[in-house]
Design a protein around this ligand. Structure first.
Ligand SMILES: N[C@@H](CCC(=O)N[C@@H](CS)C(=O)NCC(=O)O)C(=O)O
Length: 209
């Protein structure tokens, strides 16, 4: 019998990235919805993720936090879904996965918080500057249909989620290349299923509030 898989999430969070990835794998899982400030900071969940943040997954005895790690873990643990990189894709897969989890995430968060790297200090910041990150991301998503080449992989779930959130919240510049990439990677049943599940969960939470 396969091991139980649980997603800890909130529909108004990065947990949507993990949900999308789970729906792409097609494996059965259960969901625990956590509330910001309360159940997310309660001892039971802090034992899962001491950061008190979502998402997290528990697969048997294995706990994985961090959206990028969740995407990589699921892609490798369930290879039949075809979302892990083939040998020739591995370089760009890890390159852009880590670029999004590090430089892109930091640049976008700092930009949203109103902090810009002073030009004479950009060499100290791993992401350099917001402008460098935007230009690099544009080149990455324009080079091929998908971030690793001709095929959709877990790296597109993760990079695509950043682009989606960034365009939605106005923290990533509206460039045609970003909109085109987003349209390509989200035109999938797995994405639609995940979105519908989280939209319904969000409505249910709002109704009961
Ligand atoms: N680095 C984490 C970030 C997770 C994160 O910041 N999640 C937010 C929601 S989008 C959260 O749980 N915030 C609740 C809090 O910090 O109290 C990841 O990639 O999964």
């Amino acid at each position: 019998m396969s091991e139980q898989l649980t997603l800890y999430t909130n529909p108004m969070s990065r947990g949507r990235i993990a949900r999308w990835m789970l729906e792409e794998t097609g494996i059965p899982y259960t969901t625990e919805i956590l509330a910001f400030e309360s159940s997310m900071k309660a001892p039971g969940y802090l034992a899962v993720n001491p950061m008190g943040k979502v998402p997290a997954i528990r697969h048997g005895k294995t706990i994985v936090t961090e959206c990028a790690a969740i995407c990589c873990y699921l892609a490798e643990t369930f290879p039949d879904a075809g979302l892990a990189p083939m040998a020739a894709e591995r370089g760009s897969y890890y390159r852009w996965m880590f670029f999004a989890a590090g430089p892109l995430e930091a640049a976008v968060t700092n930009q949203a918080l109103g902090f810009n790297t002073p030009a004479d200090k950009s060499r100290m910041a791993g992401y350099g500057s917001y402008a460098d990150v935007m230009n690099t991301l544009e080149k990455a998503v324009s080079a091929a249909p998908y971030i690793t080449g001709d095929r959709f992989t877990a790296a597109d779930v993760y990079v695509g989620s950043h682009v989606s959130w960034g365009l939605g919240f106005g923290t990533i510049e509206k460039r045609p290349a970003f909109a085109d990439y987003l349209a390509r990677v989200t035109d999938r049943p797995g994405y639609e299923r995940a979105r519908a599940i989280d939209d319904d969960a969000m409505k249910a939470m709002q109704k009961s509030a």
